[in-house]
Ligand binder design. Structure first.
Ligand code: SF4
Length: 710
């Protein structure tokens, strides 16, 4: 009860967990201690509401395990020794240059996160690309969003989700592919449900598991894991065959329809139904419902992205949208629901995948533009993107990468096949972990620890799923000697930038204005925005240009789309690409030795590796231990009782979890939440999507053993 908390002052921020982008106020008592959180009533996104994580977010500031001082040690077997910031930062500079001199510039890797603020990504990108000069720089967003990025780029010529939440209010049909909104993005679910109650649009859920969203669906397609592209092709087969496509839109706005038609011709509903494990008539009904709706919308999350063909899945969704004219009109969109609070910010500004504001290393003009703007030598930039995170760990294991700066991410918990990541971390000559918590599983392998501020101990912005840039203001200061990530990057930059050739502004507001200058004329043009405008409006969707502002045009309220119904895609000719997708069945599948599918996913109570929510009593008490959902028939066959601990075994390792029999999973599948350390990712498969390099967390094979068998 907020009334009992004796709040003396409320401070504004945007939530630091998921990508919904809720506006939040944190209440401080008379001593300045954060004691309460509440939703902001006049915010477009959440209209006063918060989910279970947001409601207890103020507990983050006082949670246990926060790092209070920089630490050093010679070897990760040794005890940590506290040190001064200057000593630690000098050593970080020296170790980066030592490793690069000994093993080559790209032998030092930097991995960041979707958890930081955008000005911090931008500054780290300038430091990495402009001064440090390694091409092996990536973010942990490779684990959740790189398939969406890759799919958007292949279809539309650029990354950037075209739709917005307001599309729920205009749509005539919604397909959710591998997305469980009520648990993963509860406030987006509330927006969707409210819109559906008004207009009654059909909700079609494609998911092998009976998720909370599936329980609310008009149709639920429990397809065999990994067969989503077959279903998409079969739906297009029906749409073309029955003349339900939008020929005018296809002719005006796309290339490649003939090749697509030839490919989907092979996927008749009878053949596809056998592969997907569903009824052929269901495919026809879904295809017709989608194509006949005046406007139809598709959303997806990790069920599509985290697959060996995640990028193809995204292209398939875009193909369906394009052949039915469902990009650009209200209620017609393909909207990737992103994962982390600022996953979109990394995509726009981090420089992980290239250069800021959706510029690419492969494009000479982009290199020239950014080098000139930053006052660095364009020849210093690599000519193509380096390794993505998943490849970086493989290179570490192979001894090609010898140094690592790990920022606000925890691969020992979040990467698939933990045993392999452990071997990779053990190979490093030098590892620096920068995090708000000192006790992360990955910090066990570090030689240096830098204590960072968390979420609203810092100043800046984040971008949400619908491209809305939200303001985050410091609610309180970081504890002890901990510093905001921006402060740390600027101090490291000073050591690489002794002549002061490159400008590194100290204040987040000034950095944002610099980013706005660099964004002029780009798809994500933010030159009309500043921090004050963002706070006043409770977030503004990009683009909003300086010209719009000068001409007195107010920032968009409600919802905004980035493509119109008349083309304007990012390929040079303004047309989108329709891309044929032959089905490649390259997943691990159950067999005699490992007969059960392992499906992984999130719970409403927790966030990622529980580095945060595992320390918040009110989140942890509802879900304190790892469990599996197991079909009651399979449990009975194996003699497993409710509440009994079982051992899961895959080709990579084993894990123990409590059995929860439920009909939410079919008899040949178990579901295991991925949040718990030393659990799901001991089992998961490290296979990668060839386009996005995103791991296939969702589809692997296990066997179940009772502990009594041991
Ligand atoms: Fe935070 Fe997401 Fe919950 Fe909103 S829905 S309060 S952004 S965790």
């Amino acid at each position: 009860k907020i009334a009992d908390k004796q709040v003396a002052e409320w401070k504004y921020a945007a939530c630091g967990y998921c990508s919904t982008g809720c506006s939040i106020e944190v209440g401080l008592n008379a001593d300045g201690t954060p004691v309460a959180s509440r939703g902001v009533a006049d915010a477009d996104v959440n209209r006063g509401k918060l989910c279970l994580k947001g409601i207890f977010e103020h507990e983050l500031f006082t949670s246990a395990g926060r790092g209070l001082a920089p630490m050093l040690r010679n070897h990760w077997h040794d005890q940590w020794q506290p040190t001064q910031w200057d000593t630690a930062l000098d050593k970080l500079h020296d170790e980066i240059r030592r490793v690069q001199a000994k093993h080559g510039p790209d032998s030092f890797a930097i991995i960041s996160t979707g958890q930081m603020l955008t000005e911090e990504f931008y500054t780290l990108g300038k430091l990495t690309r402009g001064l440090i000069g390694t091409n092996n720089y990536d973010g942990n967003t490779t684990l959740c969003m790189s398939s969406a990025v890759s799919g958007y780029k292949r279809s539309f010529g650029s990354d950037g989700p075209p739709g917005c939440y307001e599309d729920f209010e205009h749509t005539g049909c919604l397909i959710a592919w591998g997305s469980n909104l009520p648990e993963q993005h509860p406030i987006i679910y509330w927006r969707m449900k409210e819109a559906q109650e008004k207009s009654g649009f059909p909700l079609i859920v494609v998911d092998p598991r009976v998720t909370m969203l599936a329980q609310n669906a008009n149709m639920h397609l429990t397809i065999t894991p990994g067969t989503d592209v077959v279903l998409m092709n079969a739906m297009m087969h029906v749409i073309f065959k029955e003349g339900l496509h939008d020929q005018r839109y296809i002719d005006a706005n796309t290339n490649g329809v003939e090749a697509l038609r030839t490919e989907v011709e092979k996927y008749d509903p009878v053949t596809a139904a056998k592969i997907c494990g569903i009824d052929e008539d269901t495919i026809r009904v879904v295809a017709r419902t989608f194509a006949k709706a005046p406007a139809a919308m598709q959303i997806w999350t990790m069920g599509i992205n985290q697959s060996t063909h995640g990028s193809d899945g995204v292209v398939g969704i875009n193909n369906l949208a394009l052949i039915t004219g469902n990009i650009g009109k209200p209620g017609g969109t393909s909207l990737s629901i992103t994962g982390q609070c600022n996953a979109m910010g990394t995509r726009e500004w981090s420089s992980c995948s290239g250069l800021p504001s959706f510029r690419y290393l492969e494009v000479p003009e982009h290199r020239e533009e950014v080098a000139k703007f930053w006052n660095v030598d364009p020849e210093f930039f690599p000519k193509k993107r380096g390794m993505l995170q998943t490849d970086i760990y493989q290179a570490m294991e192979a001894g090609q990468i010898k140094g690592l700066w790990l920022i606000a991410t925890n691969p020992m918990s979040s990467l698939p096949n933990t045993a392999r990541i452990r071997r990779a971390m053990e190979q490093l000559e030098f590892c620096c972990v920068q995090d708000c918590y000192q006790d992360t599983e990955s910090a066990q392998y570090a030689h240096m620890y830098l204590p960072a501020g968390t979420w609203a101990e810092k100043d800046g912005v984040m971008t949400n799923t619908e491209r809305r840039i939200n303001r985050v203001k410091p609610v309180t200061a970081p504890p002890g000697e901990a510093k905001p990530d921006l402060w740390i990057f600027n101090r490291v930059a000073e050591r690489f930038n002794k002549a002061g050739k490159v400008n590194f502004p100290e204040q987040a507001g000034d950095i944002f204005l610099e980013m706005g200058q660099l964004s002029k004329g780009r798809l994500a043009d933010i030159s009309g925005m500043d921090h004050a405008l963002l706070e006043q409006n409770r977030g503004v969707q990009w683009p909003y240009t300086a010209t719009q502002r000068e001409q007195g045009e107010a920032p968009p309220k409600g919802g905004k789309r980035i493509y119109t119904v008349d083309g304007t895609f990012s390929y040079p000719d303004g047309r989108a690409k329709l891309i044929p997708l032959p089905f490649i069945d390259n997943n691990e599948v159950p067999d005699e030795k490992f007969p059960v599918w392992l499906n992984t996913g999130r719970l409403i109570e927790h966030w990622h590796g529980r580095t945060k929510t595992g320390k918040i009593g009110n989140n942890n008490k509802y879900s304190p231990i790892p469990f599996i959902e197991i079909n009651p028939d399979l449990a009975a066959e194996l003699g497993i009782q409710r509440g009994e601990y079982v051992r899961l075994v895959s080709r990579r390792g084993d894990a123990v979890a409590m059995a929860q029999p439920t009909h939410r999973v079919p008899k040949n599948m178990v579901f295991l939440p991925f949040h718990f350390h030393d659990c799901a990712n001991r089992l998961t498969l490290g296979l990668l999507d060839p386009h996005s390099r995103q791991p296939a967390y969702k589809q692997s094979a296990v066997r179940i053993e009772t502990i009594a068998d041991q």
